[in-house]
Write a protein that binds this ligand. Structure first.
Ligand code: AVJ
Length: 318
């Protein structure tokens, strides 16, 4: 049975897809659970804290880039497009782009409806002139945008290097789906984290304060909360490793001793040293990023990077 979870006084039923992904992921070898399940209420809070960590450079680097690129962006894309953001628009990055391109309407797309509606309300208050049309959907599939904006040319916005969570094959599928959803004449503004020294990359995913470790372990707490699990969370250590062959940071939960537990009445035995793979964060070199976009049906037209080349924001056209 799915266990109702009480969160901020609201009772929610665990997502059946979460249950299916966790059970299948724990059964598979190597064990792996998709990273999208990090973001329950607590996980979203912890991620917010990650973005402020001294070691986690992506958020502040991308934010500074977005602030600086406005004059050029406005010149290329013009004003009055409809901005379509993939993923929740709760961040401080969205207002930067909205102030810059002054869109006619703004469509944030997210699978998590509650978060989506809350951030849509906040943006409506901050931009009273703007037509905000939150759209609850899985943006990894082609979708039909609200017809109220179908005439305006679109600017897709996909910040945060979220594309890095997907393996390249899936990233290309997503880019193609976005192109299909956004239609003729669309442009895409996308953030991608660059390949760099693992001495910089690894601490960004294994910070001194242990916030990323708590973020990773919260997945196990969530399993215990929502799927009636008995996972001994303290028996799992956070690990971030650079996989050079695949150009990605991997996060794992490593069993520090032999453990046995149940999830939804199913029994699991994990031996000491075994890991549960919880996230991939792919990094792209200058040329890698461009070829990924082209393979996804987008032609890069302009890109911005910081002085150290840590992070790139790329503008592409359909
Ligand atoms: C939200 C997927 C971009 O990969 O850097 C941060 C998630 N995980 N620290 C990233 C994350 C651990 C983040 N993305």
């Amino acid at each position: 049975m799915l266990k109702p979870e009480i969160e901020d006084g609201q009772v929610t039923l665990a997502d059946p897809q979460f249950r299916a992904d966790v059970l299948a992921g724990l059964e598979r070898r190597p064990r792996a659970i998709p990273a999208r399940w990090f973001y329950d209420h607590r996980g979203s809070e912890l991620f917010e804290q990650i973005t402020d960590l001294p070691e986690y450079y992506p958020t502040r680097t991308e934010t500074a880039l977005l602030e600086g690129l406005c004059p050029e962006l406005r010149e290329i894309v013009g004003e009055g497009r409809a901005v379509v953001e993939f993923g929740s628009g709760s961040s401080t990055k969205t207002p930067i782009v909205l102030r810059c391109v002054k869109p006619s309407s703004y469509v944030p797309i997210d699978i998590s409806g509650d978060f989506l509606r809350q951030s849509a309300r906040e943006l409506s208050d901050a931009f009273p002139e703007l037509l905000v049309l939150p759209f609850e959907a899985d943006f990894t599939r082609p979708l039909t945008l609200p017809h109220t904006i179908s005439d305006a040319p679109k600017l897709g916005f996909f910040p945060g290097s979220t594309i890095g969570n997907l393996i390249p094959l899936a990233a290309i599928d997503l880019l193609r789906a976005m192109r299909a959803s956004l239609g003729e004449g669309a442009m895409l503004l996308i953030g991608m984290d660059r390949i760099k020294d693992p001495a910089v990359l690894v601490p960004a995913y294994d910070d001194a304060q242990g916030v990323t470790a708590a973020f990773n372990r919260n997945l196990l707490e969530r399993i215990n909360r929502e799927l009636d699990g008995t996972v001994p969370v303290d028996a799992f250590a956070h690990e971030a490793r650079w996989n050079d062959d695949r150009a990605r940071i991997e996060m794992h939960l490593v069993a520090t001793r032999d453990v046995a537990f149940t999830v939804e009445e199913r029994e699991f035995v994990v031996a000491a040293g075994e890991t549960i793979h919880t996230e991939n964060s792919h990094k792209y070199g200058e040329r890698d990023a461009r070829i990924l976009l082209r393979a996804g049906g987008w032609t890069p037209v302009r890109e911005w990077t910081d002085a150290e080349g840590k992070f790139a924001v790329i503008l592409a056209e359909a």
